[in-house]
Design a protein around this ligand. Sequence first.
Ligand code: GDP
Length: 402
Amino acid sequence: FSERVDSWLDDEDEEADENSVEGLRIAEDVSNGTARVLCTRCFSLTNYGRIKSAMAEAALPEFDLAKRVGRKLALQRFRRSVVLCVVDAADFDGSLPRNALRALLPAAGQAAADAPQLVMAINKVDLLPTQATPLRVQAWARRRARQGGLPQPARVALVSAASGTGVPSLLRTLHEEVGGRGDVWVVGAQNAGKSSLINAMRRAVGKGDIKAEITTAALPGTTLGMLKVPGVMPPKCKMFDTPGVPHKFQLTSRLSADEVRLLLPRRRLRPRTYRLGEGQSLLMGGCARVDILSSPGATLYLTVWASDDVICHFGRTDSADERLEKHSGVTLVPPLGGPERREELGPLVADDVDITGTSWKFSTVDVAIAGLGWLGVGVAGNALLRVWAHKGVAVTTREALL
Ligand code: GDP
C-alpha cells in the first residue's frame, strides 16, 4: 500500500485491497526525481516521521480483523492457514492480541485437524537481557498463552526484525506449517514490529527492495488494510499483512509520537534495581508509580525493565504527589510537555498488588505495565504494592520472565 500500490496488491483478490486507499488523498513524491505515488499518510510518515494531517487520520477506515480475516479463514478449503502473531518481547502482555487470536483460532483443545495454526513470533529479542535464554522465553510464552486461554502455538519463534536474528528459521517454520498450499496471516498489536518483521522476511528471501518496503514507524496504525506480501512464501502460498490491532490499554496508544519514541527501547534492556521499604515510592517518568504499602520485615527490590529514556526516581510516598505535580513532563519523562500535557493525560489511578515472595535474589513476580515495560519484584516475604498508571492502562501481575 505504501508505495507502488499496483505491485503490492493482488488484482484477483478484490478484498485484499478494498480498505487500503479508501478515504485517503494521494500525494506525489518527486523529491528524488522518480515520481512515486504515496498516500498523504505514508508521505508524511516517510518524509516527516509523523502524520501530517488530522484529516488523513480521521479518514482511516475501521478494520474488523476478526470479521474480515475470520471470514477468509472460514472459507479456506484445501489450503492450510497459519496465523503468524507478532508479539513485542519488551512488552509481551501489552502486545499479545488476545481477543484477535481468540476470534481467529479455535479454542484450546478444540482444534480440528484442518484448523488454522498459531505461530507466535516474539520480536525484538535483541532488547532482552542475555539471561533470557531462548528455551526459557519460549517455555514462559507458552505458559502465558495457556494462562490467557489461547490455543497452544504450533511454534514459538524468537526473532529480531532489527538484526535479522531468527528470521531464516521463522521462514522455514512457516514454509513447513503451510505445506505446499496455504496462507499466512500476519497479525499483531500496533508497534509490535509487524511491518519491520515482514520487511526482514522479504530481505531474508532476497526480495527486499528498499523502495517497496512497507512503512515502519514509531506510530500506531501504519498498515491500513489487508495486503498481500509478495515474494516471501513459495508458489501456491500467500502471505497477508493485516492492520495493527489497536490496544487502548497500552500506554503507547495514548501518547504522542515523540513520547512513544522515548518508550520504545533502542538498545538491550538494562536492569535498574531499587531497594525500597515501606512508605517509599518509585516513579517511572510521569506515567507510572509504585508505592510500597507494606513489606513486613523484608526489604523489597524493584527492577525496572523499560527504555533507558523512562526517567525513574524514588523517594518517600508522602511526597510522591508533589514530585509528580512538579516534575512530570519536565524532568520525569515521558510524558513530554509539562503541566498542560499532564492535565491532558489525566491523573494516575491506583491498583493494589499483593505479592507473596520467596527469595529476594530472584524476582518472584513481574508487574507488567502495558506499553511501558515491566517491574521484577523481589521480596523475601509478603508485600503489598500500590501500582499507579493512567486510567485504562493495563497492569498485569505474572510469573517472572527473568
Ligand atoms: P508495527 O506497528 O507492528 O508494524 O511496528 P513497526 O514495524 O512499525 O515497528 C514499531 C517500532 O518497533 C519501530 O520503532 C521499529 O523500529 C521498532 N522495532 C521493530 N522491530 C524491532 C526489533 O526487532 N528490535 C528493536 N529493537 N526494535 C524494533
